[in-house]
Write a protein that binds this ligand. Sequence first.
Ligand SMILES: [Zn+2]
Length: 145
Amino acid sequence: MANTEKQAGDHVDARCTRCREITNHTIVAMVEERPARVRCNTCGGDHNYRPPRQVKAAKAATKGVKPARRTAADRRREAQQEEWREAAGQADPGLTVAYNMERSFRLEDLVDHPVFGVGVVKAIFKPNKVEVLFASGTKALRCKL
Ligand SMILES: [Zn+2]
């Protein structure tokens, strides 16, 4: 006689297709030393034995796909980038003015900065600053008014 740990009539934890979770099952039929057919003790349904371990692996896999929570700072940055794309992303190079702290700017001027690229003037602060929205965010730059 085979010396098996489990046999028909024993209880085993298994994944139930109807309950969609790990439930206690009664083994209906064994194939060699493994349960083959089981009956769910919760819903009474017969089905092939599915080891509970597979469910854990599947759950872990879906957890990894979950997108990270976006913070308020992320949304603000995205809104700024969207605003920049609309205002300066398609800017005609002929319409931009090279940034120079000795010159003056008006609101909505397109500024070409050697480091930050093309930006749009969003605010003017007396006596000598402009706030420019670049692809990387807003920067306060010196200028003449
Ligand atoms: Zn069930």
